[in-house]
Design a binder for this molecule. Structure first.
Ligand code: GLN
Length: 503
């Protein structure tokens, strides 16, 4: 599927193809995507049925904003009657009797759900290696000219690894994901796709399996900023079923597209460019700055002193919240229960949780329980909360000097699956540049910004002010058109599409 959503909507309007044809093509692609272990569930029958209803609506002039557009959703979004496990064995067999608000809004606008996408278990991870379905491979391969051989399987990033890989291989034009500390932006950067996280409170978390509730946000991975903005705007807005959603009106996310960025101030903080940062990443961001300057923006040096403390504080707060959220999986209310004979209720809980959770999830529960325990609460959890407040203040100060901040998305490009994260602390460092915006609840996104020497995609990150998505998206859109990133994965890719010439 080489077409973007914008092009698909145009083609549907003109009658070049039908929603049923698009859906069939997305279902064929989902089969191909099995080679990379992308889908956890394919909703063949309901997708076909919904597509033919979409065709009817278009015929009678009742088409919604994205009627007939095929989408796929990260496994952690509840969809009525559809397997929803957040890639955890502990939720095996769980079919929710309701649909997550953000998915419901996309479906109400006419999108066709093709299926559920693989991810890291409970969204904990940066490589999609922590999944009960097995890992996902990145459709990108190294060019073999440099450090990595061209037949090495690479990580697609995580935790939204199925989402990033499916969009990168053109199996689907866009996919939902969730971002707690970088799980949309980091996989987007590693797969040459666009990944957006909105302001905390823009998107409802109702029906999204919880990881760390004060950080979790639903959002989108797409091929273009325009497509991402379209879908995100549909997903956003107050929801009476999630009291943390904002009542602020959702503006037109395309509102500032096409307007010049002349005079706009782009902040660059030296703390995001430490001495030991990979030279190619540094150079890539430098090039991004130059492009934006040519487009009329002003580059302003800023300082974000708390940056180095964001990651350690995140790895206290996120596990603490996770340990509470995951206490509900007890073998009684959902999914898996131990088949062993047990004498006591406690033993049943223990065995169920020991069997049902993977290693990384157990590690987080242990850390989270520890930092919340009576003797350590003040030293770790409370301290981390204070650091979080200082990070927020840091950004507040920076935004008195600039409109949008530019930073790397990741410290490096996609790494081999086999060697990534053998040391868990090393794996946590993948989030070093994405976590600060999450801690401050700021909107942020990653846009493809070029290839490294291995021929692998890199991304730059833009961070905006609270509820200022239109400005953030405007800058990203201009950057995207200036950089003109057209490279495609050399590995498996769905070439069959439905362009007007039948390609
Ligand atoms: N990789 C980070 C973690 O493992 C972020 C995950 C996320 O954003 N869901 O916690």
């Amino acid at each position: 599927m080489q077409l973007t959503i914008k092009q698909m909507l145009d083609g549907l309007d003109k009658g070049d193809f039908s929603a049923s044809e698009l859906t069939q093509s997305a279902l064929d692609n989902a089969e191909q995507a099995k080679k990379l272990n992308i889908y956890s569930y394919i909703a063949e029958d309901s997708a076909r049925k919904n597509a033919s209803q979409s065709d009817e609506r278009r015929k009678t002039g009742k088409a919604g904003k994205i009627d007939g557009i095929p989408l796929a959703h990260k496994d952690l979004f509840a969809i009525n009657g559809m397997d929803t496990q957040a890639a955890s064995k502990i939720l095996s067999g769980f079919k929710p009797p309701y649909t997550a608000t953000v998915i419901d809004r996309l479906e109400q606008a006419g999108s066709i759900t093709i299926g559920k996408l693989n991810q890291d278990e409970f969204a904990m991870g940066s490589a999609n290696k922590n999944s009960c379905y097995g890992n996902v491979a990145n459709p990108w391969r190294a060019n073999g000219n440099h450090a990595i051989s061209s037949d090495t399987d690479l990580i697609p990033g995580g935790s939204s690894g199925g989402s990033s890989a499916s969009v990168a291989m053109r199996a689907i034009p866009a996919a939902t994901g969730s971002d707690t500390g970088g799980s949309i932006r980091q996989p987007a950067a590693l797969t040459g796709t666009v990944g957006i996280k909105p302001t905390y409170g823009r998107c409802s978390r109702y029906g999204m399996v919880a990881f760390a509730s004060s950080l979790d946000q639903a959002s989108i991975l797409a091929r273009t900023v325009w497509d991402g903005a379209l879908l995100l705007e549909i997903m956003c807005g107050h929801d009476a079923r999630d009291m943390t959603t904002s009542r602020k009106a959702v503006p037109n996310f395309h509102g500032a597209f096409g307007q010049s960025i002349k005079g706009l101030k782009i902040g660059v903080a030296q703390e995001y460019f430490p001495d030991n940062l990979d030279g190619e990443i540094k150079q890539n961001c430098q090039q991004a700055q130059e492009l934006l300057q040519q487009a009329g923006a002003e580059i302003v040096p800023i300082s974000l002193k708390m940056t180095e403390y964001a990651l350690p504080a995140y790895y206290v707060i996120a596990p603490a919240e996770a340990s509470g959220n995951l206490s509900r999986y007890d073998g009684v209310r959902y999914g898996h229960r131990t088949a062993d004979d047990v004498d006591t209720l406690d033993e049943m809980y223990r065995k169920t949780r020991a069997e049902g959770f993977g290693d990384e999830v157990k590690r987080r529960i242990l850390i989270g329980t520890y930092v919340l325990s009576a003797g350590y609460y003040d030293a770790y959890f409370l301290k981390a909360q204070k650091v979080r407040r200082l990070i927020l203040q840091d950004f507040g100060q920076a935004f008195t000097q600039c409109d949008v901040i530019l930073a790397p998305t990741t410290p490096n490009a996609a790494e081999p699956i086999a060697t990534f994260g053998l040391d868990p602390v090393q794996a946590y460092l993948s989030d070093i540049f994405t976590v600060p915006a999450s801690m401050a609840g700021l909107p942020a996104l990653s846009v493809p910004s070029g290839l490294n020497q291995d021929g692998l995609p890199l991304g730059v990150q833009f961070i905006g002010q609270h509820f200022d998505e239109p400005r953030l998206l405007q800058v990203a859109d201009i950057f995207e058109s200036e950089i003109g990133f057209t490279a495609q994965p050399q590995g498996i890719i769905c070439r069959k599409g439905l362009s007007a010439d039948g390609e």
